[in-house]
Design a protein around this ligand. Sequence first.
Ligand SMILES: [Zn+2]
Ligand SMILES: [Zn+2]
Length: 353
Amino acid sequence: MKAQVFRGVNQLSYEEVPIPPLAPDEVLVQVRVVGLCQSDIKKIRYPLYEPPRIFGHETAGVIAQVGDAVTGWQVGQRVVVMHHIPCMHCAYCLNDNFSMCDVYKNITTTAGFAPSGGGFAEYVKVPGHIVQHGGLIPIPDNVSFEQASFVEPTNCCLKAIKKAQVVAGDTVLVTGAGPIGLMFIMLLKYFGARTLATDLLPSRIQKALSVGAEAAFDAREPELTSKIQAITGGMGVDTTLLAVPSDKAFFQALDCTRKGGKILFFAEFPDQVEIPINPNILYRREIDLMGSYSSSYRVQSLAIDIVFNQRIDVDALISDRYPLQNLPDAVEKACAPTPETYKILIYPSLASN
Ligand SMILES: [Zn+2]
Ligand SMILES: [Zn+2]
């Protein structure tokens, strides 16, 4: 089969690799669509992982083969593949902190080499642990593979919204209106929150408004804080979700978030970035800082409901479609987005035709 193999920083190589052999409890999925995630881009562009590896984890496809011991799954079934499933019995899992679980963190879905997701290939192997514990999700007939590939990123966004305890009527500032920021805006609207957004690109500011933001601003706007104060009756927003790794965005968040409010780090910053902060700002204004990484088992059924029952319009987030062969171009595009670049999807099947 064909796969995009990570051979070193910024080196993707489109290669023929063996289809992974199945153990009796495993399932092989033919990848139809895989979303290009910001985390994939980081893994490709920075020296975070030893090559060779095959990344890609927002995978939707068709079961191509089932191991002899697998029950309940048949060849031909359309499925979403989750690459992380927690153990459900360690101290982290028992505290609903699934993304810190060692079993969860240890990625096991693979298209070959050290397991790393495996979605950037024609076939991905799903281990028994994931098959048996909810990591294969059947896709209803009326849901496209493209739509289904949004279950994982939707879960990650939902987890952050739940962690920040956003409720209907809250006002939330989303900094960054890329694919994740836009998804936040859609979800917040669905939950009945008022959303304000910032970005640097005029097209993304417009897009934020079109998917449900009540107001959206250029992040460089000098009057940003006073405008947001005005919209919120002088209070500031209840919560800010940082969907860009920018220290400027963080300081704006401090200015725009109300006393007793919350600021949640969703975007991963480059490791060398440090943010100096006077702790009394947090103490006197009782601002809570929090982080949210990856997905949560607890919101999985909600993520499935939202995507499969089209409670948000994930199709509106898709801007570009690339064959697997051209994954390097897709990465390039995601790093230097044109005004119309949002979510990029990758198609192994286009490559093999
Ligand atoms: Zn992702
Ligand atoms: Zn665990």
